[in-house]
Structure formats: C-alpha cells, structure tokens
Design a protein around this ligand. Sequence first.
Ligand code: ADP
Length: 367
Amino acid sequence: YKLIEGDKLRKKLHNTILELKGNIRVFCRVRPLLPDEGCNTEGKIISYPTSMEASGRGIDLAQNGQKHSFTFDKVFAPDASQEEVFVEISQLVQSALDGYKVCIFAYGQTGSGKTYTMMGRPGHPEEKGLIPRSLEQIFQTKQSLLSQGWKYEMQVSMLEIYNETIRDLLSTNKPSFENGTPGKQYTIKHDASGNTHVTDLTVVDVQSVKEVAFLLNQAANSRSIGKTQMNEQSSRSHFVFTLRIFGTNESTDQQVQGVLNLIDLAGSERLAKSGSTGDRLKETQAINKSLSSLSDVFFALAKKEEHVPYRNSKLTYLLQPCLGGDSKTLMFVNISPESSSVAESLCSLRFASRVNACEIGTPRRQT
Ligand code: ADP
C-alpha cells in the first residue's frame, strides 16, 4: 500500500514540476554504436536507469572514474525507435495547429544523431525522422479538421545559417559560400504582431506532404557541407525548417496562426577535436558563438531578466518570437555512445542541463 501511495505521489510531484517549469523541455537521445565502431572497450560509460524510480529521465556518464548524473524530461536509450520518439513530441507538433509557436532543436556533436533524429535515414521509410513525421501528422489533422469548419493555409521556408550568414535553401539563385561569394544579405525583421520576416527569403505555399518532401530534397541538395577530421560530411551550419500555419473557421469566426520551427543545429564539437585551422576555425568560432547565444537566451528567459540577448546571434534573433512568451520549445540533446566521445558528451549534457533549468513565459496550457 505504501509503495502504491509513494508512486502516486512521485507521479503527482513530477507533473507539478513539469507545470512549474513552463514551456521548455529537454529530451536526451543516445544513439546506438554503429557497425564500424566495434564495441565499447572502456566499459560502460553511459548508463540510463530503467527502473520505475527514474522513469526514463536519468542519465549517468562516467569520465575518469567519476560519475556525472543528469536528469531531463525524457531520456531515450539507443534502442528507442523513431516512432517511439515521435509519440513523445506529437502533442507539441499538434499545438502548432492550435496556434502556438513551436521550436524543436537537435543539439550535439557531429555524428551524434541530430540529422537522424530530424530527418531519419535516407531510403529507410520506417526510420524517417521528426520532420517527415510531423508533416504527415499536420496534414492528416488538417484534413480531419475540415469537417469542423477549419481551413488551413501552410507556408514553408528553409534556410541555413553559416558563419552568421543566412542562406536561402529554396532559392533557385544560389550563391556559394565555398568560393567566398558573400551572397545576399538577408535581413531579419519582426513585425508588431510577433511575426518574423526575412527579406527576400523564398516562402512556398504548400498543400501536401509530397510538396514539402520535394522542397526538403531541394534544400538538402543546396546545404553547405564542410569537411573536418571528424566527419567527412559534418554539418557546419544550422538548418532551420519553418512551417507557418494560418487557420480560419468561418462557422465559429476563429483564427489561429501557428509556427513550427525544426532546427538541426551545427555540430557542437570544440576546437581541439575538429582540428580546425583557417576557415574551419572561423566556422567553429561562429558555431560556438551562436550556440552559446542560444544558451544565454534560455538562461535570461529562465531568470526572467528584462534584457534577453536575442540580438547576439542570427539564430536567436531569427527565432526571437518563438523563444519566450507562450511559445513551446523542445531541445533534443543527442549523445554518441563511444567512449572516445565522452568529453563532448559531457559538454552536451551540461549545455542541455543549463537549458533544462529554464522556466519560460506563462504557465503551460494543456493542448
Ligand atoms: P549528426 O547529424 O549529429 O552529425 P547523424 O544523424 O548523421 O549525426 O548520425 C551519424 C550516424 O549515426 C548516421 O549514420 C546515422 O544514420 C546513425 N544514427 C544516428 N542515430 C541513430 C539511431 N538512433 N539509430 C540508428 N542509427 C543512428
């Protein structure tokens, strides 16, 4: 009897904490070892309790015999499927249709599974990621809400931020960063009703998942790819996918405007490991600056400071209307299980636990 009561109490406490914490969540996902990574020779460096006690929220990391423990809103073990991960975010995606501004980030070192989490594995439909799954859900729900009088218009834009410069991934006229052409200077503007405009950015009206899939493919082809010693195809830019949703219901005279931002952040690895010099060093410094600006914004919001330093990076300025207020944010911190990555993993977990301590905006409205 005491055990049952204890469980109930713990659940209640957990729910109360979630309510108090507001609109930001952090999920940690550990990817499996890849076939060419062999086995972890230094023993178990990452462990995630599976007992009821931790309810899948704790993760321990051992470095030089020292244990570091972290707690997040959810921890996904390496065997968690894309489907299982999506189940946990489908309500958040739904809230964009209800008129909320939603941001979902993937953070972590290169090779930790950010793109897998966001996009999935190419050519393996059962392993599709959050972006295609979210779009399927949104377009399905849009269809089912027609009978209740709701009509939706959707617009997609995709951009990347590389070295603090915005690049339009859907533009047919693509300047190249690689050959030093600076390209167009896209300017970010926020209007009085809290909407973001990026001057000259291509915005496409979309009617179906198929149309968005076509655009995603176009964007993937134009992303800038850099080479570091760590990963031939490491992503050195932040990828921002934005879906704007305009809903009207003539019979009830209601209108909603939601935004879903899905962001695959650039690799968070530190200088020494990526062996950066010259242009690569500049890239890494720009990445570090924007990631620490993101962390500073979360921190300022958490402390309810009057001044939130949105303007310190293009990424935070772009997303300003979607970070704070009654917007909803989810950060995936992706972790590699390799023992050689333990220092980077520890940095990622520390970054994420700083974000996780946030309490943003007004109390969360359940949708
Ligand atoms: P990042 O975007 O962080 O650089 P990737 O998403 O490209 O990392 O992942 C690196 C490799 O690991 C890819 O081959 C990817 O398919 C694989 N991978 C990542 N996460 C998982 C997972 N949860 N299950 C299976 N394979 C994964």
